[in-house]
Design a protein around this ligand. Structure first.
Ligand code: HEC
Ligand code: HEC
Ligand code: HEC
Ligand code: HEC
Length: 209
């Protein structure tokens, strides 16, 4: 009797684990890119791969210095940058990872312009930033201790890799870029944000007021 009960339990457990695996397998991987708006693998763009739209292990394009094995056509637009009388930073033309984001989000390069595909589908709607960035948070400038001192309302970055000691918000060789606030591979916080902005937590990690 005892053995029968045990084996029934073992069977029931196996079924439950199987069901759990099916449920988890069907949903988007927690914290991953699959199933997010950056998962273009199910859009009929001639591939079911996820990473290929942005990366390749070989023959990556080197138009943007320091880009991570980039496999997407790069924008050649000239941008209007943010300006204001109280700004201490000097935002230049978008560089680095910001230029990579804008290679889909400025609307001049197709989102399907990966490897040797021309790219015929363009971003529309609110995710389209265009080439006028004067109404967007400034990017592509050095955010260091000197800037924090000049501004008087900014946290001093701990080094040229991170703003904060908890390593939530990265800098790229000291530069503030789109990817300082956004994590393209993870939509857990919505809008691909590096951390939740509830109570303006994101803003207040850099701005002290
Ligand atoms: C929509 C474009 C896009 C897709 C799709 C994408 N990435 Fe990225 N990835 C980027 C950008 C932009 C950066 C640079 C910004 C950054 O580091 O956050 C990056 C950086 C990286 C880096 C280096 C920095 C880091 O965070 O470790 C790795 C590794 C990486 N991606 C792996 C992957 C893998 C693996 C996949 C597929 C599962 C993938 N990426 C899919 C855009 C993408
Ligand atoms: C390969 C093209 C591509 C690249 C490169 C890319 N994105 Fe996107 N992104 C998209 C598409 C497509 C969407 C969905 C647009 C829509 O809703 O129609 C999107 C949506 C978003 C959204 C809105 C998400 C939401 O829930 O509404 C954010 C935020 C975003 N991207 C940030 C970034 C940032 C930051 C980078 C660079 C670090 C980047 N993206 C690079 C294609 C790209
Ligand atoms: C200082 C932080 C910060 C920087 C830098 C930043 N963003 Fe964002 N971005 C945000 C926040 C916060 C939101 C969400 C706003 C909301 O939900 O109302 C957002 C929203 C977005 C959206 C979604 C817009 C929508 O309404 O669907 C896109 C696309 C986007 N960002 C792309 C970019 C790109 C590309 C860059 C670089 C050129 C960039 N962001 C730089 C903080 C930032
Ligand atoms: C990763 C750090 C960081 C985050 C996160 C961040 N900012 Fe900034 N922000 C800066 C820096 C650095 C400047 C440049 C300040 C200067 O030069 O005076 C700036 C500039 C600005 C400016 C322009 C100031 C001026 O004088 O014209 C505004 C407004 C602003 N941020 C608002 C926000 C808001 C709102 C959020 C949250 C959605 C946010 N920032 C998130 C770092 C950040």
């Amino acid at each position: 009797m005892r053995n029968v009960t045990n084996s029934w339990h073992a069977f029931a457990l196996a079924v439950l684990l199987g069901l759990l695996a099916m449920v988890l397998g069907a949903g988007p991987a927690l914290g991953g890119i699959a199933g997010t708006k950056h998962d273009l693998s199910q859009k009929g763009f001639n591939t079911t791969q996820i990473c290929i739209f942005c990366h390749t292990p070989h023959n990556a394009n080197a138009y943007v210095p320091g880009s991570p094995l980039w496999n997407h056509n790069v924008t050649w637009s000239t941008f209007t940058t943010y300006a204001s009388p109280t700004l201490n930073a000097v935002p230049g033309q978008p560089t680095g990872t910001s230029k990579l984001c804008l290679s889909c989000h400025d609307g001049t390069v197709g989102i399907d312009a990966y490897t040797n595909n021309a790219g015929l589908n363009f971003i529309t709607g609110t995710a389209l930033l265009g080439t006028d960035l004067s109404n967007d948070h400034p990017v592509s400038f050095l955010y260091d201790a000197a800037l924090a001192t000049a501004d008087k309302g900014l946290a001093t970055p701990i080094d040229d890799k991170y703003v904060d000691a908890a390593h939530k918000l990265p800098l790229f060789s000291g530069q503030l870029q789109c990817a300082s606030c956004h994590q393209v591979h993870d939509d857990t916080n919505g809008k691909f944000l590096r951390m939740s902005n509830s109570g303006s937590m994101l803003c207040l990690t850099c701005h002290l007021k």
